[in-house]
Design a protein around this ligand. Structure first.
Ligand SMILES: Cc1cc2nc3c(=O)[nH]c(=O)nc-3n(C[C@H](O)[C@H](O)[C@H](O)COP(=O)(O)OP(=O)(O)OC[C@H]3O[C@@H](n4cnc5c(N)ncnc54)[C@H](O)[C@@H]3O)c2cc1C
Length: 424
C-alpha cells in the first residue's frame, strides 16, 4: 500500500504539521474514529471538545483521501436536502433549513478558534449553460433571498457575467458571498493539529483490518488493537468494513483536477478579479477557481472505473479553453484525481450499525461543507443529542442489491445518461 500523497498542487503547497506514528500497541479509549478526512477529523475534534478520549486511525496519512485532493469549493447545503425536508415534515423544516449554513459556520469558527490558515476566500458562483438551468438559478435566487437574506446573493445576467468573469460561455449566474473556497489539505492539516493539541491520539499508516462489535468494539490493525465504547466509521465509500450493512449504498466516483502555472496579476484581474469559485449547473459539472498563488485549478469529468485517465490534461484543458480561450499558452503544472462517495439516494449516508457503531459518508461532491458538519453532528449524537443526526439517518436508504461490480455498472450508466442530458 503506497502511503504518499498524490502529486498535486495541494501537496506541494501545504506544510504537514507533524508525522503521526502507526498504532503499535493495545489501547482503551472512549471513541475510536476510522479515517482522517474531514469527517473523521471533525468528529474527533468535536468529541475531544466534549472531553471524550479519542483515538483516530488513518490507513495512509491525514487528508490522503478526497478531503486532501478536492476542488476546495465550499458549497452550502447538500444534495438531497429537499428529500430530507420532505421526509422530516413541516414541523422540522426549520431544523433542516439550519443545516444549509451550519457546515460553513463551523469551518469559519474553527479557522478562527484554532488559527487554521487554509486560504479561505469568499464567493461561489454557479453558472448556467442552458435556459432551463438559468430559470432554475433565478428561482433559487428568489427563494434564497427570502429565506437567507443576509448571505450576500447576487444574480448576474449574461452581460454582467461576462464583465465579471471574462467569458461568454455561460448564460448567467448566481453568486453567494457566504459560500467560497479553500485549500482543503491545509484545512485537514489544521484540523489534525487542533485534534493533536486537544489530546486526540492520531495514528497514520494504520489500516483497520478487522472489527469485532459488542458492548466494547475491538478494532484491529497490523500493529495493534483498540478497545472503544463507540466506533465512528469515517472512511468514505471505498473500503470493505461492514460490507453486509454498507455495500450498495454508495459508489466511489473518480473526479479529476489540473492546476495551471501561476498567472500574471493582470490576467487574474481580467478573468476573475474577485477570485470567486465557479461551478456550472450540469449534473457532471466543471468546477474551477484561482489558487492563492494565482493558478487556475480546473476540475471535472467523473468516472466509475476507478482508473485515472492517461492524461487528465487532455480531458480538461479543452474544457478550460472553452471558458477562457486566451489561456491557450498556459502551462499545466499539476494533474491529479481522487474518489468521492456518491450516495445512491443522493442523501448523505448517516446511520448506525447496532448501537455503538456510527457512520457518515456519501456527500456526492459537497463534502467540504458536509464532511465537517457531519463530524460535529455524529459527535453530538454520541453525546446524546440526536436531533440533527436523526434528520438524515431516518431517511430511507437506497441500495443496489447486486454487489459492487454490477452496481457500479448501473451507476456508470446513470452518469452517462446525465452527461448526455447535460449536453442536450
Ligand atoms: C477530485 C475531487 C473533487 C471534489 N471537489 C469537491 C468540492 O469542490 N467541494 C466539495 O464540497 N466536495 C468535493 N469533493 C468531495 C469531498 O472531497 C468529499 O466528499 C469529502 O472529502 C469526504 O470526506 P471524508 O472524510 O468522508 O472522506 P475522505 O476524505 O476520503 O477520508 C476517508 C479516509 O479514510 C481512510 N480509510 C479508508 N479505509 C480505511 C481503513 N480500513 N482504515 C483506516 N483508514 C481508512 C482513507 O485513507 C481516507 O483518508 C471532491 C472530491 C474529489 C475526489
Amino acid at each position: 500500500m503506497h502511503d504518499h500523497y498524490p502529486t498535486s498542487w495541494y501537496a506541494a503547497s501545504a506544510a504537514k504539521p507533524k508525522e503521526w506514528p502507526a498504532l503499535a500497541s493495545d489501547q482503551k479509549v472512549d471513541v475510536c474514529v476510522i479515517g482522517a478526512g474531514f469527517t473523521g477529523l471533525s468528529t474527533a475534534l468535536s468529541l475531544s471538545e466534549k472531553g471524550r478520549q479519542v483515538l483516530l486511525l488513518e490507513a495512509r496519512q491525514v487528508g490522503w483521501g478526497a478531503s486532501g485532493r478536492n476542488g476546495g469549493q465550499m458549497i452550502r447545503g447538500f444534495v438531497g436536502q429537499e428529500r430530507v425536508a420532505k421526509h422530516a415534515g413541516a414541523n422540522k423544516a426549520d431544523a433542516v433549513a439550519a443545516l444549509t449554513w451550519a457546515g460553513h459556520d463551523l469551518i469559519r469558527r474553527r479557522i478562527d478558534e484554532y488559527s487554521i490558515d487554509c486560504d479561505l476566500t469568499p464567493g461561489w458562483l454557479e453558472v448556467a449553460m442552458t435556459p432551463r438551468q438559468l430559470a432554475g438559478l433565478y428561482h433559487h435566487y428568489n427563494e434564497m433571498e427570502t429565506r437567507f437574506p443576509d448571505r450576500g446573493w447576487h444574480y448576474l445576467g449574461p452581460d454582467e457575467l461576462k464583465e465579471r468573469i471574462g467569458t461568454d460561455r455561460y448564460l448567467g449566474g448566481l453568486l453567494s458571498q457566504s459560500d467560497g473556497h479553500l485549500h482543503p489539505l491545509k484545512l485537514c492539516f489544521g484540523l489534525a493539529a487542533a485534534c493533536d493539541r486537544m489530546g486526540v491520539q492520531i495514528h497514520e499508516h494504520s489500516p483497520v483490518t478487522a472489527i469485532e462489535t459488542g458492548d466494547v468494539v475491538t478494532v484491529h490493525t497490523a500493529g495493534g488493537t483498540v478497545h472503544a465504547k463507540e466506533l465512528v466509521l469515517a472512511a468514505n465509500a471505498h473500503h470493505d468494513l461492514f460490507r453486509r450493512q454498507l455495500t450498495g449504498l454508495a459508489f466511489p466516483a473518480g473526479s479529476f483536477i489540473m492546476a495551471t502555472e501561476p498567472l500574471s496579476a493582470d490576467r487574474l484581474d481580467r478573468l476573475n478579479p474577485n477570485r470567486w469559485a465557479i461551478c456550472d449547473s450540469n449534473k457532471v459539472c466543471d468546477y474551477f477557481r484561482m489558487s492563492s498563488d494565482g493558478r487556475v485549478l480546473f476540475g471535472g469529468r467523473v468516472n466509475f472505473s476507478g482508473h485515472k485517465p492517461k492524461s487528465i490534461k487532455a480531458k480538461l484543458l479543452p474544457r478550460l479553453l472553452k471558458v477562457w480561450p486566451e489561456l491557450e499558452d498556459v502551462r499545466i503544472d499539476y494533474e491529479w484525481g481522487g474518489k468521492l462517495g456518491v450516495a445512491l439516494g443522493e442523501v448523505p449516508l448517516v446511520g448506525q450499525v447496532g448501537t455503538n457503531v456510527w457512520y457518515s459518508f456519501g456527500y456526492t461532491g459537497h463534502g467540504v461543507n458536509m464532511g465537517n458538519l457531519m463530524g460535529q453532528v455524529v459527535a453530538d449524537a454520541i453525546a446524546g443529542d440526536r436531533a440533527r443526526f436523526d434528520l438524515l439517518a431516518d431517511v430511507p436508504k437506497w441500495r443496489l442489491p447486486f454487489g459492487r461490480t454490477i452496481g457500479r455498472q448501473i451507476v456508470s450508466s446513470a452518469i452517462l445518461y446525465y452527461k448526455i442530458k447535460d449536453r442536450l
